[in-house]
Structure formats: C-alpha cells, structure tokens
Design a protein around this ligand. Structure first.
Ligand code: IPM
Ligand code: MG
Length: 360
C-alpha cells in the first residue's frame, strides 16, 4: 500500500533542509524499500504571503489526509510585525492542536563523533541519551484567556493562562512511562510546583499514573533545578516529562549538550499514533538560502517518521546508521565542524547521507 507524506517546508532554512529529507525519501523509494508518495503545502510565513493565512484550509485538509507530515520550520523577522493571530507560528500551533498532536518526543542523543562540537566537557556528555516527552497542545501556549489589554489606569498589560486538565496530564504521563519501559525505566517529571498551581496538579497526577508503572522509577524536579542539572550532569536523566513551555525551553538547552540544535529531530503524536515530524530548531533566517544549514535533524526526523508512522524501525535504523557513517567519514556542516573535519553545505550533506544509505 502506498503511503502519503505531506511535506511542509515553511520558512527560512525550512525549504532547503526539507529538500534533503526528500532526497532520502526518494532514495528509499528508488531502492524498493518503501511505497510512498508525497506532496508539499505552504505553512507559516510562506503561507501568509501566498494565501493570507499561516495555516490555509487546504494545508490542513492535506495534513489530515496524509499518513504522516514532515515539517521544516516556521517564522522569521519578515513577519514579526504581523498581527498576533496571523503570526507564522500560529499556523504550526493550530496544526498541532487540530491534529491533536499532544505528545512531543524529543530525543537528545549524542553522536560520539560530535563530543567535541558541544560547549560542554566531553566527559559530561559522553553517552548522553535522553528523551523529552513534552506536552504539546495545552498549557500556557493555548490557555484562555490571553491577550494584551488596557487596564483602568490606562497602562497596557499582557496576560496568558497556564491551565492543565487532569486528562491532559494523564495521557502525556502515560506516554512518558510507556517510553521509559522501552528505555532505562526512569521518568523525571519537571514542574514548578513550588509556585504554580497548575503544576501542583501536574505533579499529583503524574504521581497517580506512576502507580500503574511500579517498574518505572519516578522522580520530580523543579524546572529551574532541571535547567541547572541538564548542564551539570545531563546523563542523570532517562525520560523527562514536562509541560509545553518548559519542554520548549529545556529541549533547546539539552540540544547544546549534543553538539548542535541542528542534530535534534522530534515526533508529535496524537492518541491514534498519527504523527508530524520536525527538527526542533527554528527557521534560522540569518542563514537561510546560503546552503550552510545542517539538514541532519530533518533527516533524523524522517527516521522517526519511518519508526512511528510507517512501523519501519529497520529503515529508521538504516537512516540513523547512514548519518553515523557520514559523521565517521569526517563530514560536518558548519555548526558541528571541528578541526580535521570536512565542512559540507546543506545539499552536499544530503547527498552524503543518500550515498551512505546506498552503501549501508
Ligand atoms: C518548537 C518551536 C515552536 C514552539 C515555535 C516555532 C512555535 O520553538 O517547536 O520548539 O514553541 O513550540
Ligand atoms: Mg522551541
């Protein structure tokens, strides 16, 4: 059966990195490994420019009809002045919400070849392999009321609402515990329960769900301490489950332990296993169109797509192994370069992965 993938290149470096992912898909199909067809649609700023909406109806329709979605990145200074409801990011956030993609898996894995690309000491990060399970469709990102209003005294104030329902906490906690069972069986739940009621409930409900997983060790940590611990001793973590906003921040932080944010893929899954896959980095407008962006996070997102949406763990491993081979051969993009390595552009890095796939 031919499966349908929707590509959403988006803004900034999005189109050039998604083009490398497409090379990988093409190679897998040409090699007879997969029956796939794919098409592209606009999202974010590109969609604002083309259709006046950061998530055109047609893009949403195509996403619903697809077996999986692969996204590049959205946003950029060009749209900074855009109306709040028409920001490029709103397109991505609405797509996550419309598709019910509440479970965001963000692995932070250090390729040993990149130990020297990190700003952290090699011994601190050697062997790092942790998984963020970030809640993606709730919390302060979506809570109402929200806005910017004029107070009675004439001053303006901005406000947002951090709100979590028990059911939202339960389902993301289950994802984390299930993931931990396939790993080292340790979950650390990150909250700010010393200050925020929404996360007092978070801590309580994660603890209740933990009762169903006596084989998984559960700990709780405040987010400020977690930020410090991720830099001090990141290997203490196996699975970190946390709220939408804390997960956004901490996953960028942990990315630096892996050498570059250009290496980290993610999967956003709904309750029935449908997924959207994206690198966790943004649109990097400062380097867009220069053929210098690292496409590996996007290619690793294709591996996650194969694993979770196509049930092809074998292909996921092959893609990951091809990236390992490319790094072993000394090829790097600028963000992960170190003395003695060969720096490639975005397109050449995509070609190198395709060549390694053919050899593997
Ligand atoms: C991410 C991004 C998004 C987020 C932005 C682009 C809306 O930073 O996926 O981490 O905050 O979730
Ligand atoms: Mg982010």
């Amino acid at each position: 059966m031919t499966q349908k993938i929707l590509l959403l290149p988006g803004d900034g470096i999005g189109p050039e990195i998604v083009a490398q992912a497409e090379k990988v898909l093409r190679a897998l199909v040409a090699g007879g490994d997969l029956a796939l067809q794919w098409s592209s649609a606009p999202i974010g700023g590109a969609a604002l420019d083309a259709c006046g909406s950061p998530l055109p109806d047609e893009t949403l329709r195509l996403a619903r009809a697809a077996d999986a979605v692969l996204l590049g990145a959205v946003g950029g200074p060009k749209w900074d002045g855009a109306d709040r409801v028409l920001r490029p990011e709103k397109g991505l956030l609405r797509l996550r919400a419309e598709l019910g993609l509440f479970a965001n898996l963000r692995p932070a894995l250090l390729y040993p070849q990149l130990a020297h690309a990190s700003t952290l000491l090699p011994e601190v990060i050697a062997g790092l392999d942790l998984l963020f399970v970030r809640e993606l469709t709730g919390g302060i990102y979506f809570g109402e009321p929200r806005g910017i209003r004029r107070r009675d005294d004439g001053e303006r104030e901005g406000y947002n609402t951090l709100v979590y329902r028990e059911s939202e906490i339960r389902r993301i906690a289950r994802v984390a515990f299930e993931a931990a069972r396939r790993r080292q069986r340790r979950v650390c739940s990150v909250d700010k329960a010393n200050v925020l009621e929404a996360t007092v409930l978070w801590r309580e409900v994660v603890g209740e769900i933990g009762g169903d997983y006596p084989d998984v060790a559960l700990t709780h940590m405040y987010v400020d301490n977690a930020a410090m611990q991720l830099v001090r001793a990141p290997k203490q973590f196996d699975v970190i489950v946390t709220t939408n906003m804390f997960g956004d921040i901490l996953s960028d932080l942990a990315a630096m332990a892996t050498g570059s944010i250009g290496m980290l893929p993610s999967a956003a899954l709904n309750g029935s296993g449908f997924g959207m896959y994206e690198p966790i980095h943004g649109s990097a407008p400062d380097i867009a169109g220069q053929d210098v962006a690292n496409p590996l996070a996007t290619i690793l997102s294709v591996a996650m797509l194969a694993r979770y949406s196509l049930a092809r763990d074998d292909l996921a491993r092959r893609i990951e192994a091809a990236i390992g081979a490319v790094l072993n051969a000394g090829y790097r993009t600028g963000d992960i370069a170190s003395p003695g390595t060969t720096v490639l552009g975005t397109g050449a890095m995509g070609d190198a992965v395709v060549a390694a796939l053919a050899d593997g």
